[in-house]
Write a protein that binds this ligand. Structure first.
Ligand SMILES: Nc1nc2c(ncn2[C@@H]2O[C@H](COP(=O)(O)OP(=O)(O)OP(=O)(O)O)[C@@H](O)[C@H]2O)c(=O)[nH]1
Ligand SMILES: [Mg+2]
Length: 398
């Protein structure tokens, strides 16, 4: 008890205002007669009848649970409310939701694959969202149905680019042919990317024929997005003439097109010079897609004609790779890689959920950190523990 509370006399018990319980029942642990003892800082209040509480805080009406058939029909009928709920289902961590989501995806799989899947990356502030807004409106006006997804695990911490997207895509948000879905609110990059990929499949089943995936160019992100799209666009800014030097070679090599953005006003000349410089560098690199020469162009969200031109290049890419079979081969490879990624993720999760591993892990981490045992030895010890635990489980079940 704090000295303050000891010195304060307790106020008299209030009269019950609701008229529901005249004298509240006193729990066993309250010393007898303590209501008037200033040394006992506890007061028992009258309860509130459930009806009265419900009346003052009306509960929101529970949404009807959707069946697998409801979800399937709704998504295929391009019902946006149901599509959004299906995406929420895919993003859910609850095992029963996950099982239903997988059944739904299995059903919808024959209706997927008919869109152009385009990934857009670039450093923060390169102008990706603004470009998507302008390009997206152009595409929707031409009759395309566009879904915009974002892969940005950092957004859960910073609110960062996703918050920006909401304001920077204000015209697109209102377009009846567009659907914008921010990235899942939390999770590891692997988890976020898995959900984005499944979201992409749902959008395809709902008839969206262009999917744009925006990601922030920080390390692993682009590589993950590259593994789920047909075409990968790297947005750059004209800098001091050595734009490509600060960028990871892997990112440039995985792009199908580089675009020096904000090529407007008095920046046009600098952007053109930067693009020429990038084209020189690109001539020494392996192209990301067989049969397609990666090049660098310029564009600006303020000049819609430059974006029409940019989309023309993407259209051309789809045509060429569809004919050559490179597109189909890429998608097949991506699906198989996806399966392997899923296996790795699931095995890792199961491993880390095992109570015996969880018990051993902190100590082994400590020993590895202080150089007492090699990391590989610790890993083997943990894997041996996992084997032993699996065997124990088998013995118990037989
Ligand atoms: N001059 C000019 N400014 C642009 C252009 N595109 C975007 N901007 C400005 O650049 C700033 C950043 O644009 P965003 O579209 O938010 O950039 P982003 O790449 O999506 O940024 P993150 O999502 O934070 O990674 C904004 O202030 C835009 O108004 C352009 O084509 N020309
Ligand atoms: Mg953005």
């Amino acid at each position: 008890m704090s000295p303050d509370s000891a010195s304060l006399p307790l106020p008299p018990s209030p009269e019950p205002a609701c008229g529901c319980a005249a004298a509240p029942a006193v729990p066993d642990w309250v010393p007898l007669g303590s209501e008037h003892d200033p040394k006992f800082a506890c007061r028992v209040m009258a309860g509130v009848a459930p009806d009265a509480a419900a009346a003052s805080h009306p509960q929101p009406a529970r949404r009807r649970q959707l069946s697998l058939d409801d979800y399937t029909r709704g998504v295929l009928a391009a019902d946006i409310a149901i599509l959004s709920r299906a995406i929420t289902l895919v993003e859910s961590h609850c095992p029963s939701d996950q099982a239903l989501a997988q059944q739904l995806l299995t059903r919808l799989l024959p209706h997927t694959g008919r869109s152009m899947r385009v990934g857009i990356t670039g450093v923060p502030g390169a102008g990706k969202s603004t470009l998507i807004e302008t390009l997206g409106c152009l595409l929707c006006d031409q009759g395309h149905r566009l879904a915009v997804l974002a892969v940005d695990p950092s957004s859960s911490v910073s609110g960062g680019s996703i918050l920006g997207d909401k304001t920077r895509m204000e015209n697109l948000v209102r377009h009846p042919h567009a659907y914008i879905r921010p990235s899942p609110a939390s999770g590891s990059l692997g988890g976020v990317a898995r959900k984005s990929r499944e979201t992409m499949l749902l959008c395809e089943a709902a008839g969206f024929d262009v999917i744009l995936v925006e990601t922030v160019g920080v390390g692993q992100n682009e590589i993950t997005v590259r593994s789920m799209v047909d075409f990968f666009l790297l947005i750059m800014l004209a800098g001091a003439g050595d734009e490509l030097q600060g960028m990871k070679k892997g990112v440039i090599e995985s792009a199908d097109l580089l675009a020096v953005n904000k090529a407007d006003g008095d920046n046009i000349q600098r952007a053109k010079l930067a693009a020429a410089e990038s084209n020189r560098v690109l001539s020494f690199l392996q192209p990301a897609t067989p049969g397609w020469k990666t090049r660098c162009t310029t564009c600006s969200a303020h000049l819609p004609a430059s974006l029409t031109e940019l989309w023309g290049i993407i259209d051309q890419f789809m045509l060429v790779t569809r004919e050559s079979g490179a597109l189909a081969a890429r998608r097949e490879r991506q699906a198989v890689e996806w399966m392997h990624a899923m296996i790795e993720e699931e095995l890792r999760e199961r491993f880390l959920r095992n109570p015996r591993i969880r018990h051993l892990l902190p100590d082994l981490e400590q020993q590895v950190a202080s150089n007492q045992i090699p990391a590989a030895t610790a890993a083997r010890l943990l894997l041996a523990e996992e084997d032993a635990s699996l065997q124990d489980t088998r013995h118990k079940t037989t």
